[in-house]
Design a protein around this ligand. Structure first.
Ligand code: C5P
Length: 220
């Protein structure tokens, strides 16, 4: 098992994906985006014509879900079978179903096992793992655990900056709804005991990455 694990949780739009990827790059560590696996399962379920709210049918899909992911922060790709789904899993059709499948306990247990295998087999000196329940469930013993937060208005504004004005309001609302649904399953808005809260509201991207690395350097 890779012993140097940086576990990072946070809400949608907190910047945790880009921040943790940049931190992994600067540390020379591997990188694992667990949200991408939940999304890939969402994509797979939609492809199979399975109703994402039918928990039993979603559970039936798990044995055939052939998920593969590289852990290099540069050129990160996600595969389901032979399909490169790196881009497809970001489509609104997938985002719309992912919370429904993520609340199925069997799905969480299945994916948690997969994540721990990836951490165990990583060959880099360390690995950055990011998601919603990494600090509490997937890697609760990680030497570095961070909850990355930012005020909701700032998270919405950062997301909106990537979008057209028309879609920004719509996406902001969808983001709020997804966070509310996800927060009913795992608490990623409040830091668990021993987890460092990093509020990036007043920090730019580089300052946030530096702050993450400062936490790592204090511990390892
Ligand atoms: O991080 P991202 O927004 O891509 O995650 C997509 C979805 O996957 C979340 O909305 C949540 O439903 C689910 N997820 C989860 N636990 C994780 C990571 C993601 O439930 N560790």
């Amino acid at each position: 098992m890779t012993e140097l694990v940086l576990a990072m949780d946070g809400p949608a739009g907190s910047g945790k994906s880009s921040v943790s990827k940049a931190a992994a790059r600067r540390l020379g560590w591997a990188y694992l985006d667990t949200g991408a696996a939940y999304r890939a399962l969402g994509w797979y379920v939609v492809q199979r014509g399975v109703d994402p709210t039918d928990a039993a049918a979603v559970i039936d899909s798990l044995p055939d879900f052939d998920y593969r992911v590289g852990t290099d922060p540069d050129g990160y790709h996600v595969f389901v079978g032979e399909h490169d789904v790196t881009t497809a899993i970001r489509e609104p059709e997938v985002t719309a179903v992912v919370s429904a499948i993520a609340r199925v306990p069997e799905v969480r247990t299945f994916l948690t096992g997969l994540f721990r295998d990836i951490v165990r087999h990583s060959e880099k000196p360390g690995i950055v793992v990011e998601g919603r329940d990494i600090t509490t469930v997937v890697c609760p013993d990680a030497p570095v655990r961070i909850l990355l937060t930012a005020d909701e208005a700032v998270r919405m504004a950062r997301r909106a900056a990537e979008l057209t004005e028309h879609s920004a309001a719509h996406v902001g609302e969808a983001l709020r709804r997804r966070d509310a649904a996800d927060a009913r399953v795992v608490d990623f808005m409040n830091a668990a005991e021993g987890v460092t809260t990093l509020d990036s509201t007043d920090l730019d991207f580089d300052q946030t990455v530096d702050a993450v690395l400062a936490v790592v350097q204090n511990v390892v």
